[in-house]
Design a protein around this ligand. Structure first.
Ligand SMILES: C[S@@+](CC[C@H](N)C(=O)[O-])C[C@H]1O[C@@H](n2cnc3c(N)ncnc32)[C@H](O)[C@@H]1O
Length: 345
């Protein structure tokens, strides 16, 4: 069986690493990992570093830039066997029935057609084959629940036609009952835990935990890690407690942590200096205190993985605190381009 996983830009290789435990990675490209697996495996819907998972229906080659090339999408949709696709989707843990068809398309580079042209070329064909209504996205309305969601992506001259397995994108998590401003995209939180190399038995601290996304994702990836989340804002601590009741959460200032020196194996966090959430407490006047505290609580083999906007502006303070920059990886996150920075001591 062939699959297509969608990721954030910059996390393709992290997702490929997680996927390698389930199947054979065939291709990594912009925001995508294509892979195959011998059997349908409902555990695939538990992949945490990807945004969404699809059955790969067709790889379409020689897709050009002109309107005449739209026929390539129509032809691929016509060649698909929708009844078999529904069956495969069911075997992978998705629903095997549907009430309609919708298509979302995206492409890189300039073309003489737009996304809606692609969507209609595919959607009209598939709705005819399935005998189900097609819900075009031209008007901007979200498709009703229960539709089969197809995805078309085009990069260079190669396109993918794919069918979402779940009934909603995988990046939406059931545990997120409580949210606050600046809450982190769960697959990015999971990728940060992977990049931190959290191992069973490690003590992991998020000193600016917000709603708890990073540690909740860490718990799902690594059993038996000891997790501690803290935040200056009591509403954040309450939200984290509601979202992840199994973890220890407490109210604390990240510039003055109630944690013994050298006791933490991994710090994984996105601190408050972005556009959405202001620094509070001691960090509002002395942001460098965060780095001093991170260095103090880390063991001699410890590492910190932090999501930073304008990361290089932070390096002087981090280095002065005794942290060394080991890796910088830029990601694209809804129009922003923060970096995941790995520090060692
Ligand atoms: C970008 S948010 C973190 C979001 C979190 N990762 C999530 O998924 O919800 C930054 C957090 O830092 C907290 N914060 C601000 N100043 C702080 C301080 N001095 N000590 C601890 N936390 C602080 C804010 O309350 C906010 O929850």
């Amino acid at each position: 069986m062939r699959f297509l996983a969608r990721t954030l830009r910059g996390l393709e290789d992290v997702a490929a690493r997680e996927i390698a435990g389930f199947g054979r990675v065939r291709r990594e490209r912009h925001r995508e990992v294509w892979f195959s697996a011998p059997e349908p495996d409902p555990r695939l819907l538990g992949l945490r570093t990807i945004d969404d998972l699809f059955l790969l229906v067709a790889a379409i080659d020689e897709v050009g830039h002109t309107k005449a090339d739209l026929v390539r999408f129509t032809t691929a949709a016509r060649a698909a066997d929708p009844v078999e696709l529904l069956r495969q989707r069911g075997r992978c843990g998705g629903a095997d029935t549907a009430t309609g068809v919708d298509v979302a398309a995206s492409f890189l580079g300039k073309r003489n057609y737009n996304r809606f042209d692609i969507e209609d070329a595919v959607g009209i064909e598939l709705s005819r084959a399935l005998g189900l209504p097609y819900h075009s996205r031209r008007g901007g309305a979200a498709p009703p629940e229960g539709t089969l969601s197809f995805r078309v992506t085009v990069e260079g001259t190669r396109a993918a036609l794919a069918l979402r397995i779940g009934d909603r994108p995988l990046h939406r998590r059931d545990y997120k009952q409580e949210s606050t401003r600046g809450t982190l995209h769960p697959p990015l939180a999971a990728a940060m835990a992977v990049l931190a190399g959290v191992r069973p038995g490690d003590t992991v601290l998020d000193p600016c935990c917000g709603t708890g996304t990073i540690l909740i994702e860490t718990a799902a990836l690594v059993s038996e890690a000891r997790l501690l989340g803290s935040d200056h804002d009591p509403r954040a601590v309450a939200a984290a407690t509601a979202n992840g009741p199994a973890t220890t959460w407490l109210r604390a200032d990240a510039g003055r942590l109630p944690v013994a020196t050298g006791r933490v194996d991994r710090v994984v966090s996105n601190p408050p200096w972005d556009r959405q959430v202001p620094a509070q407490g001691t960090l509002s006047a002395q942001p460098e205190r965060l780095y001093r505290e991170v260095r103090r609580v880390l063991s001699d083999t410890g590492q910190a993985v932090l999501l930073l906007h304008e990361a290089e502006d932070q390096f002087t303070a981090a280095k002065a605190a005794g942290l060394r920059v080991r890796d910088v990886r830029q990601v694209s996150l809804f129009g922003a381009h923060p970096s995941v920075v790995t520090f060692t001591v």
